[in-house]
Design a protein around this ligand. Structure first.
Ligand SMILES: Nc1ncnc2c1ncn2[C@@H]1O[C@H](COP(=O)(O)OP(=O)(O)O)[C@@H](O)[C@H]1O
Ligand SMILES: [Mg+2]
Length: 157
């Protein structure tokens, strides 16, 4: 259940357009920048995926040298609320199983959830993961990833 008083002031008076929901979050168009930004609301207790994504994004975006390309696999995080109730993220657009198989035959092994709905295309044209709240980038170490053949799958949730 979305509690509107937890939203940023600029959104309280707007009708929110739901783009999708997953195991713990609902994603809405962020009306001030609707083509480029979404707002993700953490609606289930105990997951803290917004906070995790924020940490992962901040870790990968700082990588330099031969590891600096890792960030190109992640949808960028823009801003987070206290306690991670909401997160602003770059908006992606849906991609098909066919596109993923053709364009991304291999992905970093730290991105473990290869369900089609967790990936999308940024306005730049690049396909990225937009649901990395359970990825292993930090647990496995940012310098330990390998590109592995991707087993893409379609499913609910
Ligand atoms: N950055 C994004 N841009 C566009 N849609 C998104 C974005 N992130 C998530 N979504 C949509 O919202 C749904 C739920 O978000 P997701 O990150 O998968 O939440 P959960 O971690 O709860 O599974 C996704 O399946 C997708 O449809
Ligand atoms: Mg998901």
């Amino acid at each position: 259940m979305t509690r509107l008083y937890d939203l940023p002031d600029s959104l309280k008076d707007d009708a929110l357009t739901l783009l999708g929901s997953g195991v713990s979050r609902q994603t809405y168009v962020y009306t001030p920048n609707e083509k480029t930004t979404v707002i993700k609301l953490e609606v289930s207790e105990g997951w803290h995926q917004n906070t995790k994504e924020w940490h992962v994004w901040n870790a990968v975006k700082r990588l330099e040298g031969k590891y600096k390309d890792l960030k190109d696999w992640f949808a960028p995080c823009v801003r987070i609320s206290d306690l991670g109730r909401w997160l602003l993220m770059g908006r992606t657009y849906p991609v098909s199983l066919h596109e993923l198989r053709k364009e991304l035959p291999k992905v970093p092994d730290v991105l473990t959830d290869l369900k089609v709905g967790n990936w999308g295309r940024l306005p730049s044209g690049r396909i990225v993961c937009h649901d990395y709240g359970t990825c292993l980038a930090i647990e496995h170490g940012l310098y330990n990833y390998r590109l592995r053949p991707a087993k893409w799958w379609e499913g609910e949730g």
